[in-house]
Design a binder for this molecule. Sequence first.
Ligand code: OKV
Ligand code: MN
Length: 240
Amino acid sequence: MTTLFISDLHLDETRPDITRAFFHFLQTTALKAKSLYILGDFFEGWIGDDDTSDLIQSVKSALATLKKRGVAIFIMHGNRDFLIGSSFCSEVGATLLPDPSVISLCGEPTLLMHGDSLCTDDHAYMQFRTMTRDPVWQHEALSKSLEERRAIAQHMRMASNEANSNKAEDIMDVNADAVSNIMQQHHCTRLIHGHTHRPYRHQLTISHQKAERIVLGDWDSKLWYLEASDNSLILQSKPL
Ligand code: OKV
Ligand code: MN
């Protein structure tokens, strides 16, 4: 029995090929697993659980089917879909995981994160994050009509695309001290996260101990998942 980790699918109407690959992944690889962890940016955007589209409906039903077949599903917020709420999760039978969370994996305490909170050199983004994770902001955001939220989302996405094209590559990666601090705080020698779209297994030394940071890949030209079995971890990628 395996445990699977994915992130950064950025599901969106403009990429039906990714949605198709995800459904195929659920019906094959994920069906054989014990649990599936989705570590953020599952959707390209989220404006509230009351939003219904064909895409959202079909994803809900695919996840609910997986759950009914006995696979446990865990969802963590990403920087894009941070408004996913308890209604969505209970509808599909998933557990909403706080960021960060610690689980035991292959007998080792393992820290799970989306990864955006580690990008502390991107000050503009950290400010955006603080604002949008504020419960008061979120309550106000969700009290607007769906139409209004759609319009605001479109605006925010356009502004963000413009800002990111002017950002240096390395400020959009994790900060090494932020990684070391959070792993020590949680007494973990393994960290699994996504967000940066730089899939890799980094071998580290943290307070004289061997440690590992596993970065999941985004689903774009390839799909990526981390497969954990009894005693091995494999970072897999397949063509879409
Ligand atoms: C998510 C990011 C867009 C980064 C805002 C009311 C309020 C909804 C919202 C709209 C945007 C989330 C919910 C999205 C993340 C972006 C652009 C940059 C850096 C309001 C209702 F309060 F402002 F009125 N938002 N979306 N970005 O499209 O998913 O992560 S989103
Ligand atoms: Mn992200």
